[in-house]
Design a protein. Structure first.
Length: 158
């Protein structure tokens, strides 16, 4: 990670990340699907095709954890509607959105069947739509569910 990194984050993290990474592109993820699409499209002029996505857990998360996958139960998707095929495929491969094989699954939305889910997962406040849109546009995404932002900032290599 460098000072010029592209980071999508929970709105609560925005100001602290701007302070810690003054040269970076820090974008707060949105709860509006149209805003999500605009924010991801606005990155097209960037040379860097790697994005860091920092999720905020809904319930008490005690450790910063890498994300290995997500489940979108929100009933919304940024790829619904017209797609510019010059920017990405109509049906992008979502089998490996995040770098890394280890970690937790980020879940946006709710479903009664989650109680039967055997793998480690955590509800998040947002960011899943951005991950989908970024993957569609060819970005490499590294995701983290953040319990302690200051600790995460101190652990990165700048």
């Amino acid at each position: 990670m460098n000072q010029n990194s592209i980071i999508f984050c929970a709105p609560e993290f925005h100001n602290k990340l701007e302070y810690a990474l003054p040269g970076g592109t820090i974008v707060s993820y949105s709860n509006d699907i149209a805003v999500c699409k605009q924010q991801v499209a606005a990155l097209d002029s960037q040379d860097d095709r790697q994005v860091l996505l920092l999720f905020k857990g809904v319930h008490h998360i005690i450790l910063n954890q890498p994300v290995r996958d997500h489940i979108n139960l929100s009933k919304q998707n940024p790829l619904i509607g017209p797609v510019d095929l010059k920017k990405g495929p109509r049906f992008p491969d979502m089998s490996s959105v995040y770098e890394g094989k280890d970690g937790i699954i980020a879940v946006l939305g709710d479903d009664d069947d989650l109680k039967n889910f055997k793998e480690s997962w955590a509800h998040v406040t947002g960011g899943v739509w951005e991950a989908i849109a970024l993957k569609h546009r060819g970005y490499t995404v590294e995701g983290w569910i953040i319990a302690d932002l200051e600790k995460w900032i101190s652990s990165i290599n700048i």
